[in-house]
Design a binder for this molecule. Sequence first.
Ligand code: HEC
Length: 131
Amino acid sequence: MRFLAAILAALVLAAPVSAAAADGDIKKGKKVFRKCKACHVVDKEQNRIGPHLVGIIGRKAGVVEGFKYSAALMAKAGEGLEWTDENFLKFMTKPKEFMPGTKMAFAGLKKEDQRVNLLAYIKSLAPKAAE
Ligand code: HEC
């Protein structure tokens, strides 16, 4: 019984961390997205300097039609890279470190809350058809 209690306690302690990560602020995230707007559209399937980001979270990397990705991105895509929450957050931290050779000319978002809020905003716009 004491063992079970310890597991329960661990679960309760672990919960707030993941909840915080999932609870990004959509409004703040929309502001963060201004940094991406020069190159990306997220609410329409329209490519600019970068590929459109409609439905990007949970999708395979490098699959937007009509966009010419870098060899670096296509190599990662070939290895099976998917834009999970985790990979997206890592890419946003330092794009060129996560993907050396990417042609995305963006230094990254230093603050974790900016990255988490941005993720919440992008997810809030994702097509819901699959649900
Ligand atoms: C200066 C232009 C530019 C800015 C600013 C920029 N990106 Fe990009 N982004 C690109 C380009 C170009 C690519 C394609 C990269 C490649 O092929 O290596 C890309 C690729 C991506 C991908 C991978 C898409 C896919 O289909 O696999 C994601 C995700 C992404 N960008 C998100 C963002 C977000 C979010 C921001 C803002 C924080 C941002 N980008 C800022 C130009 C930019």
